[in-house]
Design a protein around this ligand. Structure first.
Ligand SMILES: Nc1ncnc2c1ncn2[C@@H]1O[C@H](COP(=O)(O)OP(=O)(O)O)[C@@H](O)[C@H]1O
Ligand SMILES: [Mg+2]
Length: 406
């Protein structure tokens, strides 16, 4: 039984009403506009809102208000334009307006009965790895994508999450549809306590490769998505993911400042929450910096900030693009020496500058580990994967089928 508010228009309403009631639901309101609902949502306290998927009724205000209160939204689309609009505002729970109630009911159930709904036991406790790095494009996404590939190649089930609210780039690096709002949608569902493995499976895209496929939750398409990234939601999504796969790799933003310290407006978009939450949840965090004077200085400063959110023993410093042209003779030794002197870091992993390999991967829109598996950077990333989680990086005893384990 769910408390349902209808914002559908009379024709649809008339067609569905009998079925709604017959299924034991309570219709708390029959409204004609989103504005009406926004004005009375607290008084009505619906658990589910059934709304027309058109521009006139389905808007971001409505979604935000419902998210805030944990109300599930299911939209009915009359045509392709409606469907496109719903997708554009990030709603995936869309059913054809001509569909029978039997198609709507599962979506209504999915949200309303969350607390009682069988979620299936989370049998795994996968490892969560965050990839963080300071401003200046030190290679966070490159490492995240290739670490995911490395564990997938070793036979593990892997989910790669794009949690960078400053221009996430996982989807383009993998040639995936950027508009698919997987991660933001997962956060939205976590906010209404409606995230289960079935939903995760539905929201994830697949990167498919013969050597090892993995799942991808991408897509913070714009500012409208930030409010969905509240820290508790991000943490809930990552915890759900680790119940589902062996390894969760999270590509994060660069900024570790707490949003609330940047703004006194409690409703201001939270842009950094995802990064902070990912680092807090992660078993290990890669802190990657560029191998030049500016990049190393930024890494040292950021490393200190990072330790406000996690312990040093959980952080693996990485210096990327190590090359003699910016550090002189023995560039690796120079980088190590600088980190030791400035931050007391003695165990950094060094990764070589590998423009050829990195470009080939970008051109092919595939992980470097697939495009040029023997390139210097690919070799370096495999070593990093092993240091981060030796058990997850160990080759399987027997290769399983594509995506078979997840
Ligand atoms: N080791 C490397 N050698 C050469 N180019 C690299 C290396 N690592 C990353 N790059 C390149 O640097 C650029 C920025 O990398 P990216 O992973 O997008 O950074 P970030 O996610 O930190 O902004 C990309 O063009 C990428 O191909
Ligand atoms: Mg990036």
């Amino acid at each position: 039984m769910a408390r349902i508010a209808l914002v559908l228009g009379h024709e649809l309403e008339d067609r569905l009403l009998a079925d709604i009631v017959e299924h034991g639901h309570v219709v708390v309101a029959r409204l004609v506009s989103a504005r009406e609902l926004l004005g009375s949502i607290d008084a009505l306290a619906p658990e589910v809102v059934l709304v027309g998927a058109g521009r006139a009724t389905l808007g971001r205000d409505l979604l935000a208000a419902c998210d805030e209160r944990g109300v599930r939204v299911v939209a009915l689309a009359a045509n392709d334009l409606d469907r496109h609009h719903a997708r554009h505002v990030g709603l995936l729970e869309v059913v054809d307006a001509t569909a029978g109630w039997d198609e709507v009911e599962p979506l209504v159930q999915g949200g309303a009965a969350v607390a009682e709904a069988p979620r299936g036991p989370a049998t795994r406790r996968g490892t969560v790895l965050a990839v963080w790095g300071p401003t200046g494009a030190p290679g966070r996404t490159t490492l995240a994508v290739n670490l995911a590939a490395a564990y997938a190649h070793a036979g593990r089930s892997v989910a790669l999450v794009d949690a960078d609210a400053y221009g996430g780039a996982v989807a383009p690096q993998l040639g995936l549809l950027d508009a698919a709002p997987g991660f933001a949608a997962a956060c939205r569902l976590a906010g209404s306590d409606a995230l289960d493995q079935g939903e995760l499976d539905r929201l994830a895209q697949h990167h498919t490769a013969p050597g090892g496929s993995f799942r991808v939750l991408s897509g913070l398409a714009g500012t409208r998505r930030w409010p969905e990234l509240a820290a508790d939601r991000v943490a809930a999504v990552l915890e759900a993911l680790r119940g589902w796969v062996d390894v969760v790799v999270v590509d994060t933003g660069f900024c570790l400042e707490r949003d609330e310290e940047l703004s006194t407006d409690v409703f201001a978009p939270r842009r950094n929450a995802a990064t902070v939450a990912a680092v807090e949840v992660a078993d290990r965090t890669v802190a990657v910096g560029q191998a030049d004077a500016v990049g190393l200085a930024r890494l040292v400063r950021g490393y200190a900030d990072l330790l406000e959110f996690t312990e040093a023993s959980r952080v693996r410093p990485v210096v990327n693009r190590v090359r003699a042209s910016v550090l002189g003779l023995d560039p690796g030794g120079q980088a190590r020496h600088a980190l030791q002197r400035l931050a007391g870091i003695s165990d950094a992993t060094l990764l070589p500058d590998d423009r050829r390999g990195a470009d080939a991967a970008l051109l092919a829109a595939r992980p470097l580990l697939e495009v040029a598996p023997r390139s210097p950077l690919a070799t370096g990333v495999r070593g990093l994967a092993e240091r981060l989680s030796p058990s997850a990086a160990a080759p399987p005893r027997r290769r399983r089928g594509l995506l078979a384990r997840a």
